[in-house]
Ligand binder design. Sequence first.
Ligand SMILES: Cc1cc2nc3c(=O)[nH]c(=O)nc-3n(C[C@H](O)[C@H](O)[C@H](O)COP(=O)(O)OP(=O)(O)OC[C@H]3O[C@@H](n4cnc5c(N)ncnc54)[C@H](O)[C@@H]3O)c2cc1C
Length: 430
Amino acid sequence: MTLADAAVDGPTLTNWAGNLTYSARAVHRPRSVEELADLVARAPRLRALGSRHCFNAIADSDELVVLDALPASVEVDTAARQVRVVGPLRYGEVAAALHAQGWALATMASLPHITVAGSTATATHGSGDGVQNLSAAVAGLELVDGTGERRTLTRADADLAGAVVHLGAIGVVTALTLDVEPTYDVAQEVATGLPWDLVLADYDAVTATADSVSLFTDWSGDAVGQLWRKRRVRADGTEDPRRAPAGAVPSTVALHPVPGGDPQSPTEQLGVAGPWHERLPHFRMEFTPSAGEEIQSEYLLPRAHAAEAMQRLRDLSPRITPLLHVSEVRTVAADDLWLSTAYRQDSVALHFTWQRRQEEVEGVLPAVEEALVPLGARPHWGKVFTAEVAGSPAALAAAYPRFDDARALFARYDPQGRFHNAWLERHGLV
Ligand SMILES: Cc1cc2nc3c(=O)[nH]c(=O)nc-3n(C[C@H](O)[C@H](O)[C@H](O)COP(=O)(O)OP(=O)(O)OC[C@H]3O[C@@H](n4cnc5c(N)ncnc54)[C@H](O)[C@@H]3O)c2cc1C
């Protein structure tokens, strides 16, 4: 469902997963940046909304603004190797336009349906030992701040590193500039039967078998459910010598990562090479991604603790597995963005696609977080976590060395607190 399909007036607008109804009493659709600036300057409390793919109340406010009436464009600067993305575009739309002009992004999330502005605001990521999250590609931001002023930030501004992962707290972003590179092909293979013993003994060896590796598991049993490997096709035509790890059996049919899911909806597998944007996301733009009826949680922690963290989750399997659709384990390379979940640490990302049983999921999350927080876990900003353990102001301040600087930055861009909401307050972010 697109935003245009959704009931946007009154208290019936829900997030994509349907586990949250926004409390907003009005949704605005400005037709120009000037109209947007007027709106911001007069609304006591409002926030921007992207494609509604967050699972918590991060985007909620008394009033919401969606940018789908603003003119949109994708403008490549070939000399700078950058693209300016204007308006509320989704990654799938930007990727197709880039590829058509011979350009590419370094990474994509598991789905192409999410907006560039909303995804980079929460440090959305894909997978890969040498691959940073989507926010790390942001070279510039254009926004309307909390006073209604228009601001442009580039890498020459000291604020940019604090402003990219902004959680919607510094303004309404109207355009972003992203780094791009020449287009490339990727081949994707899925295997089953990878023994847990091998993963726990040498996780680094498993993730080194491709440019982007994901493990799909329900944490039970002796073998990981599925191993997804995405490899860039070499431009010089030589063969990639990396093979699936011992014990992993390449699948000869397409597989959906969620048990019972439609095998048509994932991107092409079986090692067939194709354009980067049709392989890096797990799901195709024209299908519903993932399970649909679901809730997600995710925690990123230093990858040195990956094996210990995975073992702790296997120990919790009797409590976790009955509530899961599936879990995914990925890697993300370090960056320098203050509130990035991979800030200054190469990370492992431990993700949960839960069944939509909110109360029971919230019941098990404290145990998950008590296992992972001592290992340095940072919760994904767009997913469900507790305000008592991983999301307590003290835990977040301990996990993010620039936490106080980010709070100060938010206050400078939004002195009247127009973009404040209960979610930001609960986590000590404003
Ligand atoms: C099926 C599914 C799969 C997912 N897979 C992944 C994955 O692979 N990796 C991953 O890291 N995450 C994943 N996510 C989470 C998702 O990518 C993030 O939650 C992302 O932030 C959603 O973007 P959105 O456009 O829907 O933002 P929204 O949920 O609409 O908003 C997110 C935040 O951004 C702010 N915002 C949105 N637009 C603007 C704007 N123009 N200006 C200022 N602030 C703005 C909002 O106020 C809010 O704070 C997945 C989610 C789903 C539902």
